[in-house]
Design a binder for this molecule. Structure first.
Ligand code: PRX
Length: 634
């Protein structure tokens, strides 16, 4: 762990080094990894195309770096500690040695079932150790995993399978979530009616839910591993071979498959983990995310395990059996670093301080936040009541596309400020531009957040559609990666993320394209047109307000609202279900037919007195009706 920064002046020194000589800087960091063949060149890049290559022609396998590299020194140390949904069920601890065996064993299963280097494998699983084993076994044989959050619907799952032409699905019979048991395999069966590239489905028995196994296609996990050898020699991968695809939403079209590659992702996920959380040898680290999201990839599985850490995985939800569950787990395992999302903090804050009282939380050293802006009130509650005023908060800003944390305090080193992600990590060269792409220099400026130099874990492409990657991220502002976020740099040079500046909304830390939700709403046969906007929501950060024009013949408003919600749940999943559906006679449009979302956003925010000039609209009269009806929904 020699690459761990220990002081503020150390951070400043490292940051300067990383800008003056990025290649030298990253070569030094990369030196501590195990390479089958060293790189010929550290970096080649061209943001116009875009083409980004790190550690050119190096050969490696990421799993050798998180398993074999640690076996001698950390073999008996817990790698994964798993806490089940039901607190009365015993947990599972896997040491590095045991994890190595299980990953090798499942790698052999994948090979036996016909998976080859480069094949895509979908992982649609609950939060169980086997989900991490599945990811690592894919990486070990060189297959590209694409984890799909197990709350997504059959239709969303099918879209992802088809887009990446996956050959295999790894899943479970069911998923325990609080009091509920969700029939996961049933969703896979439904998805596979629309996706015919899948040869094999391997099903983990978790809940005992009855499932239908299709002869010749479906296999039980426990049968496949029976008598399977623990010996497996990892596939040698090129630095720029694909490691995984993770689908995420954008402002247009269907979710896109963000592609991350082996070497750069490996180096950056470990480096950022060590530095942001300041993990030390015997710490227990816990990130509450789901492996279906990038946070689960980089900071439950890859980053911590690469760093030889003990990473805790939790199957359940924060409020089961009661709102003290997170705190019970912290005390039970003596968690030292705790990393969660503002939406969970706000939801737990709403229960008051009583659920915290039975717990000491003395082990905590660092508490983190990710996924959405954390408001000052939640920041203070988290700081005072969870961190007991003694734990630094790391408010970490990053994205699926960035692969790792780009802006964050280094715990205990960078002075924090409520609701500020503070400063960029070494190697991250941020730029703020105005809407015309002019760089805003100096402090006390506000604009669009871009990055002007590559960092190792940045996305390389969007699967099957490189042009989409170029036009979304690299052409909005010339020569820069555009994040889609608005940002402020204050008088001290500290960064505060202001939220998305595009048509992406962030609901409970889940990223969603408004167009994606609209497309789902429009699938309802009675819907003529719809427009979706986000509005401030006390717990979720943003809620979804849908304005919908419907053919009302023979239907009540109430039944349509229910049916539209069901349609969205079926097409995307419950996370995209609108909070408010307002049936409207029309949508405010410009003379060229474009929906004036600015007006809809104001109405959804409840700010109907300040709509700006509506006289140039094609249909100004519609605004009055929408304004009036919106009041009933609030
Ligand atoms: O708007 C930013 C917000 O989440 C977006 C990225 O979402 P996703 O790719 O799903 O990844 C989430 C987990 C890394 C960003 O464009 N976001 C993420 N972290 C923060 C944040 N907004 C404010 N503060 C953060 N710490």
């Amino acid at each position: 762990m020699s690459d761990k920064i220990q002081t503020l002046s150390g951070y400043i020194y490292e940051y300067q080094k990383s800008v003056q000589d990025p290649e030298g800087f990253w070569a030094r960091i990369a030196d501590s990894f195990y390479w089958r063949k060293r790189w010929d060149k550290v970096l080649d890049w061209d943001f116009e195309k875009p083409e980004i290559k790190w550690f050119l022609n190096a050969q490696l396998n990421i799993t050798e770096n998180l398993l074999e590299r640690h076996l001698f020194t950390l073999g008996d140390k817990p790698a994964i500690v798993w806490e089940p949904n039901d607190p009365n069920e015993p947990g599972v601890t896997l040491t590095y040695k045991q994890l190595h065996q299980k990953v090798c064993q499942f790698a052999n299963v994948l090979l036996a079932q016909g998976i080859k280097k480069g094949d895509r494998v979908i992982i649609y699983m609950p939060m169980v150790p086997e989900a991490a084993i599945a990811m690592l076994a894919c990486a070990r044989v060189g297959a590209v995993h694409s984890v799909v959050f197990a709350g997504f619907s059959a239709s969303a799952l099918a879209d992802r399978i088809v887009d990446c032409q996956a050959k295999m699905v790894l899943t479970a019979d069911g998923n325990f979530r609080g009091k509920k048991t969700i029939p996961v395999k049933e969703v896979v069966d439904e998805a596979l009616k629309k996706a015919d590239t899948i040869h094999k489905v391997i099903v983990l028995q978790r809940t005992g839910t009855t499932v239908t196994m299709q002869e010749g296609r479906d296999l039980w996990w426990h049968d496949t591993i029976e008598n399977m050898s623990f010996d497996h020699s990892a596939e040698s991968m090129d630095a720029e071979d694909m490691l995984f695809i993770l689908y995420t939403s954008g402002s247009t079209g269907k979710p896109k498959g963000v592609v991350h590659t082996c070497a750069g992702y490996m180096v950056y996920s470990q480096y950022s983990f060590q530095n942001v959380f300041q993990y030390t040898t015997d710490d227990v680290y816990w990130c509450t995310a789901d492996i279906g999201w990038i946070t689960g990839h980089s900071y439950i599985v890859y980053g911590p395990l690469l760093a030889g850490a003990t990473t805790l995985m939790f199957e359940g939800v924060p409020t089961f059996p009661d709102a003290g569950r997170f705190w019970a787990i912290v005390d039970k395992y003596k968690v030292n670093q705790f990393y969660t999302a503002p939406t969970a903090i706000r939801a737990l804050q709403a229960y008051g301080n009583a659920p915290l009282e039975p717990y000491g939380l003395d082990s905590l050293k660092v508490i983190g936040s990710v996924g959405e802006p954390i408001n000052e009130e939640a920041w203070h509650w988290y700081h005072d009541h969870v961190g007991k005023g003694k734990c630094p908060i790391v408010d970490t800003w990053w994205q699926t596309e960035t692969g790792g944390i780009l802006i964050s305090p280094l715990a205990g080193i960078t002075p924090t400020k409520p609701s500020y992600a503070t400063l960029p990590l070494p190697g991250v060269q941020l730029v703020i531009v105005d809407n015309d792409g002019r760089e805003l220099m100096g402090n006390s400026v506000e604009g669009n957040l871009c990055v002007k130099f590559p960092w190792p874990s940045m996305l390389r492409t969007t699967y099957g559609d490189h042009e989409r990657c170029r036009s979304t991220y690299f052409s909005v502002y010339e020569g820069m990666y555009f994040t889609g976020d608005g940002v402020k740099r204050d008088e001290d040079g500290y960064y505060r993320i202001l939220g998305r500046v595009d048509d992406v909304i962030n609901v409970s830390g889940h990223r969603m394209g408004t167009a994606e939700v609209e497309n789902a709403i429009n699938e309802h046969p009675k819907v003529v047109e719809s427009a979706v906007v986000g509005y401030p929501h006390d717990i979720k950060g943003q809620g979804i307000h849908a304005f919908v024009i419907c053919d009302m013949e023979g239907r009540s408003e109430a039944s349509l609202v229910t049916e539209i919600k069901e349609t969205v749940t079926k097409i995307i999943g419950p996370i995209a279900k609108p909070d408010k559906i307002q049936i409207v006679p029309g949508l405010p449009k410009t003379r060229s037919g474009k929906i004036m979302r600015r007006i809809l956003r104001k109405v959804a925010e409840g700010d109907t007195t300040n709509l700006g000039d509506t006289s140039t609209l094609l249909n100004p009269e519609v605004v009055e009706v929408i304004k009036k009806d919106a009041i009933d929904l609030i």
